[in-house]
Design a protein around this ligand. Structure first.
Ligand SMILES: [Zn+2]
Length: 295
C-alpha cells in the first residue's frame, strides 16, 4: 500500500431523515475540515456549558447494541454513527465535521449508499498531509462466546466475515473482500440493516426502534422476509455485517493494514476490536521505539 494523502470533502453535504431508534427527524451537514482534524460530530441544541463536539474515537463508544453510540465527557451523545462512518471509510475521507441537529444519524434506507452518493456528488479533495496507516504488527483477538474478531499482520487490508443464523432465511453466509475489490465494496455499501421479527417486537416494546420500518430494515420472519423489495444481494446479510464492521473500525480514524476475520460480529465486538487495535498499535510503536533505542 503506497503512501497516500489525507482527503476531505470539496463542498458541504446535507442529508435529512429519521433516526432508527428515536424516530426523530434529524438533519446532518458534513463540512470540509483542515488536515489532521479527523472526524468530529457537532451536536446542536446541547445544554449550556456542555461541549457539543464528539470525536469519532472507539474510546467514545458508550453503547454498541443495535447500533453504535458515541458520547463526549459531558455525556452529549450521537447514535447510529456506523453507516456514515462506513461511507467515509469507503471514500477515504480523513477530515470532516458532521453537524447534527438531533441525537441520531438518519437511518435513510438502512445502508451506506445514500451517504456515499451525496459524498460523491459533493466531491472529495486531496490535502497536503499524509494519511496515517494503522499497521497491525502482531495478532489481536477479541472473543465473546462463539463470536470473535481476529486481526493479523498482512501486506494490505483484507476482511472476511462469517455469520450463522441457522434458524431462518439468513442461514450461514460468508464473504471476503480485499482493498481493490471496488465492485464488492459497492455491493457492501448498498446492503441494508436487518433484524428478525421477534427482535422487532422486543425492541419496539423497549421503545428502541421508534423510527424502524420496512423502508429502512430488512425484517426476517423464519424462512421469509416481510419487505416487498427483494434482497439487493444473495449475501446481503453478511455484507451488512461487514459494512458495520468497516464503519466501527473507522472510528480509529485511519485505514488498517492487516487481515481481519470476523465470526458473528456485532457492534459490541467491533468496537472492542477497534480499542484493541488502538492499544496494540501503541504497544507496537513503543516496541519499535525500544528496538530503535537499542540499535
Ligand atoms: Zn448497520
Amino acid at each position: 500500500m503506497g503512501a497516500e494523502r489525507q482527503r476531505t470533502l470539496k463542498a458541504p453535504v446535507q442529508i435529512s431523515g429519521i433516526g432508527l431508534h428515536t424516530g426523530e427527524e434529524c438533519r446532518i451537514v458534513m463540512r470540509p475540515m483542515s488536515e489532521n482534524s479527523g472526524i468530529v460530530f457537532n451536536r446542536a441544541g446541547v445544554g449550556v456549558g456542555q461541549s457539543q463536539l464528539i470525536g469519532a474515537d472507539p474510546q467514545n463508544v458508550v453503547r454498541a447494541c443495535h447500533g453504535t453510540t458515541l458520547a463526549n465527557t459531558d455525556g452529549v451523545s450521537i447514535a447510529t454513527v456506523e453507516h456514515v462512518m462506513a461511507a467515509l471509510a469507503i471514500c477515504s475521507i480523513d477530515n470532516v465535521v458532521i453537524d447534527v441537529s438531533g441525537p441520531e444519524i438518519p437511518i435513510l434506507d438502512g445502508s451506506a449508499a445514500p451517504f456515499l452518493e451525496r459524498i460523491r456528488e459533493a466531491g472529495v479533495t486531496t490535502q497536503t498531509a499524509m494519511r496515517e496507516l494503522i499497521v497491525v504488527e502482531s495478532p489481536i483477538v477479541v472473543v465473546e462466546g462463539d463470536r470473535s474478531i481476529t486481526i493479523e499482520p498482512a501486506e494490505k487490508f483484507e476482511l472476511s466475515v462469517e455469520i450463522d443464523f441457522e434458524d431462518c432465511l439468513i442461514g450461514r453466509q460468508s464473504m471476503s473482500i480485499g482493498i481493490d475489490d471496488v465492485e464488492l465494496m459497492e455491493q457492501l455499501a448498498r446492503s441494508r440493516t436487518f433484524c428478525r421479527l421477534y427482535e422487532v417486537e422486543a425492541l419496539r416494546a423497549q421503545n428502541l426502534i421508534r423510527g424502524g420500518s420496512l423502508e429502512n430494515s430488512i425484517v426476517v420472519d423464519g424462512s421469509k422476509m416481510l419487505n416487498d423489495e427483494n434482497l439487493r444481494d444473495p449475501n446481503e446479510f453478511v455484507l451488512h455485517k461487514a459494512l458495520d464492521l468497516i464503519g466501527d473500525l473507522y472510528l480509529l480514524g485511519a485505514p488498517i493494514q492487516g487481515r481481519i476475520h470476523a465470526n458473528k460480529p456485532g457492534h459490541d465486538l467491533n468496537t472492542r476490536a477497534a480499542i484493541a487495535i488502538s492499544q496494540g498499535q501503541s504497544a507496537g510503536i513503543s516496541a519499535n521505539e525500544q528496538v530503535a533505542a537499542l540499535g
